[in-house]
Design a protein around this ligand. Structure first.
Ligand SMILES: Cc1cc2nc3c(=O)[nH]c(=O)nc-3n(C[C@H](O)[C@H](O)[C@H](O)COP(=O)(O)O)c2cc1C
Length: 186
């Protein structure tokens, strides 16, 4: 069994995935770790939508890139420079939808959920990458169609996506911890 600290040290943002599918039981274990995340007042203001259908992943890639091109030309240029793939060939896209409750901190709750998902997936041998850029799709004219396609319940909005799969490359070292950002008042 990996220790949590070891898994935290190994997790990195993977930007190249093999097409190998993720077994459903592995995906379920990742989801369970997310669903065990704490949340304010135990509201659990989230849905985890696992997209594994290749044609839907391809549609997210196509429409997401187009939305980025229209709404965030700089972000779009960055993706083109990195090889032109928004989702880096990941076979699974976990879309985390968040209940929009102003003033209740549901962004923080979903951040904790995302952290559980990333670490559990790493422990299970998967590579991961959080993805905010796909959010442009939900701000675009196509957004409402995709909210329906992904079964967002009423009142929910895009929080973040997590790309999941098996790395096509050697693991890259993650960023180094910057202890100048740790302040001790002793
Ligand atoms: C909230 C959030 C959003 C992110 N969005 C993207 C994204 O849209 N595309 C991408 O390639 N990486 C994205 N990342 C990955 C970061 O760029 C990456 O975590 C950071 O550069 C540190 O690298 P490391 O995770 O390998 O240590 C995101 C990370 C977080 C936490």
């Amino acid at each position: 069994m990996n220790s949590v600290l070891d898994v935290i040290r190994r997790r990195y943002a993977c930007r190249s995935y093999a097409p190998t599918p993720v077994p459903p039981e592995v995906l379920r274990q990742v989801a369970e770790a997310g669903l065990r995340a704490p949340s304010g007042r135990d509201r659990q203001p989230w849905r985890i939508i696992a997209v594994t259908a290749p044609e839907v992943v391809a549609e997210l890639e196509r429409a997401g890139l187009e939305a980025l091109r229209q709404l965030d030309p700089k972000g779009h240029a960055d993706i083109i420079e990195r090889g032109g793939r928004l989702l880096y060939g990941a076979p699974v896209v976990l879309v985390v939808a968040r209940l929009d409750l102003p003033g209740k901190g549901t962004e923080v709750d979903t951040g904790v959920l995302v952290s559980h998902l990333l670490l559990a997936a790493t422990e299970l041998g998967l590579a991961t990458c959080p993805n905010r850029m796909l959010g442009k799709l939900f701000q675009s004219p196509e957004g409402a169609r995709f909210e329906r396609l992904l079964s967002f319940p009423e009142g929910f909005e895009y929080g973040l996506a997590i790309l999941l799969g098996y790395a096509a490359e050697e693991p890259r070292p993650p960023h180094e911890p910057d202890f100048s950002k740790f302040i001790e008042i002793a």
